[in-house]
Design a binder for this molecule. Structure first.
Ligand SMILES: Cc1cc2nc3c(=O)[nH]c(=O)nc-3n(C[C@H](O)[C@H](O)[C@H](O)COP(=O)(O)OP(=O)(O)OC[C@H]3O[C@@H](n4cnc5c(N)ncnc54)[C@H](O)[C@@H]3O)c2cc1C
Length: 680
């Protein structure tokens, strides 16, 4: 903590602050140390340690890093991973037992590598959060050794769920695992081209072990998708074992530092004990046994490990949203274009209300989401061991929350990234300003760990199921305590649009109303007869886009608002800080009302909507002097920002330093002579 406070001091009085820095940090009204300390304490200290280690490793990294050839990037990423883990073991007292016991917390801290090298954090998350977590969640005593070897990186693992023909629909994967009682083994096969496991991170060049999802077939009967621990490479030679053909997926839009690969199995035999058998097994008599008889329920347990990956993707997205918006804010505070009056100095672009309206609400949303996601991590770390307890409802709660958050926060992040990049004009398009790396991750976060439109459907189902439970007199989840059995009366908003607690009531009303309207639509369509008759599935699909998905979005806004209201309690003794942080959230939720206008039409008049727009413009103006100091309260080291986003706020000199130091800047092209061979 001491070194952190020193850092604040350094940031507050940059050694030779630029004029822009000095001006922008002299206008804020909140208690900087209080806010910075509370924001920092949202994460475990180990996160910052990891960030420091990575920053040290990258100290000498010059511009043009993205120009490294794919294999060099991969080598660098693998070395970074090993260096970081070695450092944590040698210097920070981390060991295998601690990692296994605190896998969620450990993974959360390893996210400290993310902003500097998204490929590295992806590799970690594939290895620890998908591979090791699957063994921990689904394995038993017989797999303990594998878990230990995963913890200290003796084995490098990958997670083989997706196939060429099936991504979201995991239940239909085609890889087969036939049980052979004579040899007490499973024989793995990829019977079709579409059954080839594809996109698997760490597989192409790195891993020796692969968690594999396959249909378990015993005595000709398909028992459904099961999870197997599969050695795929001989560690002595690093060659794939016979029966496994492994290849590289080829170049991607980004994240070249991680080796996504494919694998085809041909009569590849693994020991019977390699089935991860916490919930099901083949006994000594060769019979299938399971503590969860229903296949669909068994499948749900096999997938439960994935909710952590969704928490990870959403928290990563919230951070990337913050980093993108911070870059745009700092740059816009320095960048000057056009004088308002002839003869006057040009204006900073952040002083234009148009520019403020584009960027400040996006920062506000990312900030709220970052606060929310750190709270979700805390809750997840505490509850994750309950997720696989059939008597506990935690699994369903986390399925709802992680699916909804993962979809909505990663969509929001992509929007924030795009708008922030555009807000930086041409500079946003230069690799030196980091939007390339940030964009790669904000893009793919929408697809992996569950494709967003598929995930949000699951959240819709759980929300509606909770309503049905309530009607049947069963207990509902705490997160659904806004639901009422009777349809809510029409409601006219009479509170203050600038009061976050009043806005919370408004959102709660509409979250409830949206669930009731969804149910009403289902009921009306279910009563149709004759040609108009629709099946349950048709009704479901018909209302997803305009009714059910917006319902989840409103639910989620209410959820993040509740988390943020709790965060604000930390500032009861610091009224100025509370006021600024409240304004930030009010701006975000008013801005969302404008986006969701249709939903709020019942309770807000046209005059209210006009008033909201006025408030948003006014709030941006009021928050303008606070913005740069607010960006400095977020504890991301300066190294992860591109040239124009650094806290020193010297965009031109930082940028040109990068430009002139980029390899090849002054080189004459080798083939220059053809330039003079025109025949015209
Ligand atoms: C860089 C990268 C790394 C990855 N790493 C791994 C890994 O390590 N291990 C692994 O197992 N997988 C990995 N994946 C795969 C990833 O998890 C899948 O891409 C993801 O689950 C989506 O599956 P899909 O690509 O087959 O898309 P699909 O499921 O085919 O979806 C395609 C489109 O169809 C839509 N769609 C699908 N079903 C419905 C429906 N019912 N209703 C309406 N629309 C629908 C989706 O919304 C989407 O827009 C990785 C992918 C990428 C890009």
């Amino acid at each position: 903590m001491e070194s952190f406070l020193n850092r604040i001091q350094t940031v507050k009085s940059h050694l030779s602050p630029s004029e822009d820095y000095r001006r922008e940090t002299s206008t804020y009204s909140f208690d900087f140390e209080k806010v910075a300390t509370e924001v920092r304490s949202l994460r475990p200290e180990l996160f910052y340690k990891v960030q420091e280690i990575v920053e040290k490793v990258y100290e000498g990294r010059g511009p043009g890093h993205h120009m490294l050839e794919k294999n060099e990037l991969r080598l660098e990423t693998n070395k970074l991973i090993l260096n970081t883990i070695n450092h944590l073991f040698e210097k920070e007292g981390i060991n295998e037992e601690w990692i296994i016991e605190n896998l969620d917390q450990f993974m959360r801290c390893l996210m400290g590598t993310g902003p500097a090298n998204a490929s590295a954090s992806t590799k970690y998350s594939v290895h620890y959060f998908l591979y090791a977590k699957s063994i921990k969640n689904l394995g038993t005593k017989r797999h303990e050794d594998y878990l230990l070897r995963a913890a200290n990186l003796t084995d490098l693992g990958a997670f083989g769920m997706t196939e060429l023909g099936h991504g979201s629909n995991v239940q239909s994967v085609e890889t087969t695992a036939h049980y052979d009682h004579e040899t007490r083994s499973f024989i793995l096969n990829s019977p079709t081209d579409t059954s080839i496991k594809f996109w698997i991170g760490n597989l192409a060049k790195t891993c020796s072990m692969l968690v594999t999802f396959a249909q378990l077939i015993l005595n000709g009967q398909n028992k459904g998708v099961h999870v197997f621990l599969v050695p795929v490479r001989d560690k002595a030679t690093h060659e794939p074992f016979e029966g496994c053909i492994i290849g590289d997926c080829g170049d991607k839009l980004g994240l070249q530092g991680i080796d996504n690969g494919w694998i085809k199995f041909t009569n590849y035999s693994i020991d019977k004990d390699m089935l991860l058998n916490r919930f099901c097994d083949v006994n000594d008599e060769g019979e299938y046994i399971s503590s969860i008889p229903k296949e669909s329920k068994r499948f749900a347990y096999h997938m439960a490990a994935l909710s952590g990956g969704r928490v990870l993707a959403a928290s990563n997205a919230a951070d990337i949203g913050c980093i993108s918006a911070i870059t745009a804010l700092r740059y816009s505070a320095c960048r000057k274009q056009f004088a308002r009056k002839k003869g006057e100095e040009e204006s900073q672009i952040l002083d234009y209300p148009l520019h403020q309206a584009r960027i400040i609400p996006l920062f506000a949303r990312s900030f709220v989401e970052m606060v929310t996601m750190q709270g979700v991590w805390d809750e997840y770390s505490l509850m994750s061991h309950q997720l696989l307890d059939p008597a506990n409802k935690a699994g369903e709660y986390f399925h709802l929350v992680s699916s909804a958050l993962k979809a909505v926060v990663t969509w929001n992040c992509y929007e924030t990234w795009k708008e922030s990049r555009l807000a930086c004009g041409g500079f946003g398009f230069s690799h030196l300003n980091n939007f390339g790396e940030l964009g790669n991750t904000s893009d793919v976060n929408q697809t992996w760990e569950g494709e967003n439109f598929v995930l949000i459907q699951q959240a819709c189902k759980i929300l509606l199921k909770n309503f049905a439970n309530m009607i049947r007199g069963k207990k509902t989840m705490k997160t659904c305590d806004f639901l009422t059995p009777d349809a809510p009366d029409n409601y006219k908003f009479e509170g203050s649009l600038l009061d976050l607690k009043d806005l919370f009531k408004l959102y709660s009303h509409h979250a409830n109303k949206c669930v009731h309207e969804s149910i009403a639509k289902i009921q009306i369509d279910s009563m149709k007869e004759g040609d108009a008759r629709l099946s349950r599935k048709e009704i479901w699909e018909k209302h997803l886009f305009y009714t059910f998905i917006p319902m989840v979005k409103i639910y989620l806004s209410r959820y993040t608002m509740e988390a943020y209201l709790n965060f604000l309690k930390k500032f009861n003794d610091s009224p100025e800080s509370k006021e600024v942080l409240t304004k930030l959230a009010v701006l975000n939720y008013l801005n969302e009302i404008i986006k969701f206008e249709g939903i709020f039409r019942e309770s807000l008049t046209k005059e209210n909507i006009d008033e909201i727009k006025e408030h948003c413009i006014a709030l941006c103006k009021e928050l303008r002097p606070e913005m740069i100091a607010l960006t400095l309260t977020i504890p991301f080291g300066d190294k992860i920002f591109g040239a124009i986003g650094k806290s020193s706020m010297e965009p031109y000199s930082e940028f040109m330093k990068g430009v002139v130091n980029t390899p090849g800047c002054f080189d004459k092209p080798k083939e220059w002579k053809y330039l003079y061979q025109s025949k015209i």
